[in-house]
Design a protein around this ligand. Structure first.
Ligand code: PLP
Ligand code: COI
Length: 310
């Protein structure tokens, strides 16, 4: 059955945010959202753009009990010509399908959802903010909603895209963020779900995040889950350093999220004659470099976090 998109526009548009400097991150939502259902026997169906609003799900839904959820994050920006552009959305949907495979959730028909996303952003174009440092954060997500308490692969799922006009992720804007090296909890191990973008990874990170915030840090820097020695990534961004004139970042090892911003920065650096290294970086090496003055720069990179100095 061919998928068709139906559009039901809101009859009660909300007022647009008046002060873009107060947007914050992920708190304001546009007028519409995209919704699509999946059923094991039928596949994806009932694709529609509808007014943004609450969902109704069974209290027995798989997502509520076993974390059957994956998500993505990308942004729509106004470029210098005033056009609205998406940054590498194909990469997000490709990664989402890898996450789906890892979590036993259905893969997306990428061309169809890309087109649906463009139609949604066009419909809510007035919600894309204009000020420097703002953008429309796009959050696609899939969750299993089977009414069945057994632990099993989803037989029913829903995919949605919601839009959130946003400012900077960190409350202090582009001021350098303080990051705490976490040496108790671990985020992921190889063979686990670290390289998938699933809600559970973030749920498991919250205790460390709370502890870091209590000590005045914005987020934690995760170490590898086995030796607790090698640097992996930060709560919501990949990490890069400049040590002794050379840019380096932890290599993708199966437990780190393969960030699209990370990949784009590495591609851009290589296209500009730099030779960034993707390798294992131990916390001892980092501390030594900080102490002997060869640690020149540290920054995180991610869609929400953009390029944030550390
Ligand atoms: N690492 C984690 C844990 C993240 O949540 C994110 C954000 O998406 C990133 C890295 C950066 O990925 P991307 O550049 O694709 O946004
Ligand atoms: C993103 O940068 O898109 C993220 O998903 C990070 C965070 C908001 C969880």
């Amino acid at each position: 059955m061919a998928l068709e998109l139906t559009i039901c526009k809101t009859e009660n548009p909300k007022p647009l945010p008046t002060d873009e400097s107060k947007l914050g991150f992920g708190r304001v939502f546009s007028d519409h959202m995209f919704v699509m259902d999946w059923d094991k026997d039928v596949g994806w169906h009932d694709a529609k753009i509808v007014p943004y609003g609450n969902l109704s799900i069974s209290p027995a839904s798989t997502v509520l009990h076993y974390g059957a959820e994956i998500f993505e994050g990308l942004k729509a920006y106004r470029n210098v010509n005033g056009q609205i552009v998406l940054f590498r959305p194909d990469q997000n949907f490709a990664r989402m399908n890898r996450s789906a495979d890892r979590m036993g959730l259905p893969e997306l028909p990428v061309d169809f959802v890309l087109d649906a996303l463009k139609q949604l952003v066009r419909l809510d174009a007035d919600w894309v903010p204009h000020s420097e440092g703002t953008s429309m954060y796009v959050r696609p997500f899939t969750f299993g909603d089977d009414e069945h308490l057994g632990v099993h692969g989803a037989a029913h799922a829903r995919f949605l895209i919601i839009l959130s006009p946003s400012g900077s992720y960190y409350p202090n804007g582009m001021a350098p963020v303080d990051i705490m090296i976490e040496d108790e909890d671990v985020r992921a191990v190889r063979g686990g779900t670290g390289e998938a973008k699933c809600g559970g990874n973030y749920g498991a990170s919250i205790r460390a995040g709370i502890r870091a915030e209590e000590k005045g840090y914005a987020q934690v820097l995760w170490l590898d889950g086995v030796e607790r020695r090698y640097i992996e990534e930060v709560g919501a961004m990949n990490i890069m350093f400049k040590i002794n004139g050379k840019i380096c970042t932890p290599m993708l090892n199966g437990s780190i999220l393969p960030g699209i911003t990370r990949k784009s920065i590495l591609e851009w650096l290589r296209a500009n004659g730099e030779e960034p290294e993707e390798r294992r970086i131990s916390v001892d090496e980092l501390i030594e470099a900080a102490e002997n003055g060869t640690l020149e720069e540290a920054w995180g990179c991610g869609t929400a976090a953009v390029v944030s100095p550390v």
